[in-house]
Design a protein around this ligand. Structure first.
Ligand code: IVH
Length: 670
């Protein structure tokens, strides 16, 4: 044996050890001790040596994480112990009945300890470890026979290729759930959309599709994750119950869901259910309920199994967030910028306790991609506060009478011909006098992301518009209390309050006013950028293209849009009227130069690396800002650390300014 080979073998062994340990720290414990680049260097060194000496690449080599050449098909695997499913419970009463059944079956009414765990919405898999090495991974299949997806599972970083202690039984069969995080899912779908590939309906389907790849190199590119929740045969481990098993599995190197709870009674189980239901919108992944297990393995053994499910566990399901209903028709809504959004009119259906009768169809391309037709039965989804959307039509239920959906040729509001600019998904009405656009602009102007005038929400603005009291922005400032009072739904007090809010709102910052105007491409962030460079509206209106382009963060499109806007005679006329009415927004000079975060409300998500959460919160307060713990309307900025949860998506949709930890530090340094 050459000495080069010897040295390579020893170095490889060392590298494998090190990389496994860093992986465990990074993916399982979330406590890395080296930088990503340093890890990459170790990994690259390992790859280089293995390429040189392929015979040294062991089955548990971290290089197996990148996937192996494609298989012709998956082989079948017979599970030594069947993989059961769970019976469902839909109410507290169902869970109570579950406990009664346990008492009856055991002929014993002593209190029972339970473990309540989030029910991950992914795929159950079995991982077989022999002498501590991951040798075989399979899907649940029909419970008795599954498919061998070992190569695919090896690509999932949170699945240990080798267990970290030698206290493991000769053969250990670990079970758990493979899933995809919400952000991973959204990113994947975004990329697929860009590439013209069909979108996945939900994270579960995306995870399933990813695991079913015959080419594991493709699986390796998918953001999959794994939580362990059980073993096939509890009698072979030192643990006496489910809770102990979790800590045992954790010691072996598995990732355990931090939301598993030990419960001393069925009431505590119900409490945890409510807790999970409450935090569900903030979780980084989908859960569809909670699994309740009798903690003690001795009791589990006595209770045994029924044909397809154990007697000792039950799944307490969350109310469904998807439902099927019929697509009755499509309404075409004109947005503030003239973009036409197709909106599905649905036969009303209750989803997770809310009646849904409309859902967004996004745009023409989405309708085509999903192949939706009027008259289709469709799968509708409502996630958190997000606008409901149609996931897919149920093509199998078609009668042949369904009709293709066509985008209109003319604006449904003003009749102007619609155009679709190259590279744009939206069809647009470009008539600047279009009434629907005007109304939308007014709603935006007075609304939360605009001037935020109390009392002039969407409904009120629609009313004022249809009553002809407000047709353009200056009209708002000539309104009188008695005009409002004469309208349906208004009283003296609400009318006076609204007028007062309009008046005090005149004292607005330039940035807020700019954002309220709704100039295309000028949102809150750009508005603030502009405010930094211009002292008044007048100055901005007079700025040249070059001046605008000189500002970092202002690109061609924005500059052109700003020039076009202020160059428009009607806009000039409107701004003059507003100035005459006393609305002449100026740059807000920060009262104290030491308070860069004034008027800003922060929320934090994900892990921060340079500061603790509390330190970061203190910093915000010290610099004149506020901190919020929930994503309310008053939040203006989100600081996004590592592995942000679902809040990031929501914040993006709400149009908050999203900052990295670095951005945040810079902002304070200002
Ligand atoms: S225990 C016999 N625990 O739910 C025990 N299952 O309908 C069966 N699941 O196929 C599994 N999270 O895919 C268990 N914490 C958890 C779970 C969980 C999700 C899934 C699993 C299983 C299905 C049962």
């Amino acid at each position: 044996m050459s000495s080069e080979f010897q040295t390579a073998r020893q170095r490889l062994e060392k590298l494998r050890e090190e990389i496994h340990s860093h992986c465990h720290r990074y993916y399982i414990l979330d406590q890395p001790i080296i930088a990503d680049a340093e890890y990459d260097a170790l990994f690259q060194e390992l790859l280089d040596i293995e390429q040189h000496f392929p015979q040294l690449a062991t089955d548990d080599s971290p290089s197996k994480r990148v996937g192996a050449p494609a298989l012709a098909k998956f082989n079948q695997v017979e599970h030594h112990f069947p993989m059961l499913s769970l019976e469902n419970a839909f109410s507290d009463e169902d869970t109570k009945n579950f406990e009664e059944r346990l008492h009856r079956f055991l002929k014993d009414h002593s209190p029972i300890n339970y473990v309540a765990e989030p029910k991950l919405d992914g795929l159950a898999v079995e991982l077989v470890y022999e002498k501590g090495l991951f040798v075989l991974g399979s899907t649940r299949g029909d419970g008795r026979i599954g498919e061998n997806i070992t190569a695919n599972l090896k690509t999932i970083s949170s699945i240990p290729l080798r267990l970290i202690t030698d206290m493991t039984p000769e053969r250990l069969e670990v079970r758990g759930e493979v899933f995809m995080s919400l952000t991973g899912f959204q990113q994947l779908n975004y990329d697929r959309g860009e590439a013209g590939e069909p979108l996945f309906a939900n994270p579960r389907n995306a995870a399933a599709g990813s695991l079913r790849q015959l080419d594991s190199r493709l699986t390796a590119l998918r953001p999959l994750d794994f939580y362990a929740y059980g073993i096939s045969d509890p009698s072979i481990v030192p643990s006496t119950g489910q809770m102990e098993l979790f800590s045992f599995l954790g010691k072996l190197g598995f990732k355990i869901n931090p939301l598993v709870r030990s419960c001393a009674s069925i009431d505590e189980v119900a409490d945890h259910y409510r807790h999970l239901l409450e935090i569900r919108p903030d979780l980084a992944y989908d859960i569809d309920g909670m699994v309740v297990k009798v903690d003690s393995f001795a009791l589990q053994e006595r209770l045994g199994n029924k044909a397809r499910s154990p007697r000792w566990a039950i799944a307490r399901k969350f109310p469904a967030s998807q439902a099927t209903t019929r697509l009755l028709g499509v309404d075409f809504q004109v947005g503030r910028t003239g973009a036409i959004t197709p909106v599905a009119l649905l036969e009303p259906v209750s989803i997770a306790g809310v009646t849904v009768s409309r859902a967004t169809l996004h745009n023409e391309d989405e309708i085509k991609r999903k192949g939706i037709r009027t008259g289709d039965m469709v799968l509708v989804q409502r996630a958190g506060d997000v606008i409901p959307e149609i996931v897919q039509p149920i093509a199998d239920l078609r009668t042949g009478r369904e009709k293709p959906i066509h985008m209109p040729q003319h604006c449904p509001s003003c009749g102007h011909a619609l155009i679709r600019e190259a590279g744009e998904a939206a069809v647009r009405c470009v008539n600047p006098h279009c009434p629907a656009q005007r109304l939308r602009s007014l709603i935006h102007f007075a609304g939360k992301s605009g001037m935020d005038i109390e009392g002039l929400g969407k409904k009120a603005m629609e009313q004022l518009f249809s009553e002809n009291l407000v047709q353009n922005i200056p009209d708002i400032y000539t309104l009188e209390a008695k005009q409002l009072q004469s309208l349906d739904g208004w009283a003296q007090k609400s009318a006076e309050n609204a007028i007062r809010a309009i008046k005090t709102g005149k004292n607005v910052s330039l940035a807020r006013f700019l954002a309220a105007l709704g100039i295309r491409y000028v949102g809150e962030v750009t508005a603030r950028l502009l405010e930094e460079h211009f002292l008044s509206l007048r100055q901005l209106a007079a700025a040249s293209r070059e001046e605008l382009l000189n500002i970092e963060g202002i690109g061609e499109q924005m500059a052109q849009s700003i020039i076009d806007y202020f160059g428009d005679a009607q806009v000039q006329d409107m701004l003059q009227k507003l100035a005459d009415l006393g609305l002449n927004p100026q740059k807000q000079t920060v009262v104290s130069a030491g308070l860069p975060l004034q008027n800003m409300v922060f929320i934090f998500t994900g892990g921060l690396t340079s500061l603790s959460r509390n330190e970061a919160k203190e910093l915000v307060k010290k610099h004149g800002g506020q901190v919020s713990s929930s994503l309310s309307k008053k939040v203006t900025h989100m600081v996004c650390g590592e592995k942000p949860g679902g809040k990031l998506q929501k914040a993006t949709e709400m149009g908050l300014t999203i900052l990295s930890e670095e951005d945040f530090q810079q902002l304070i340094a200002k």
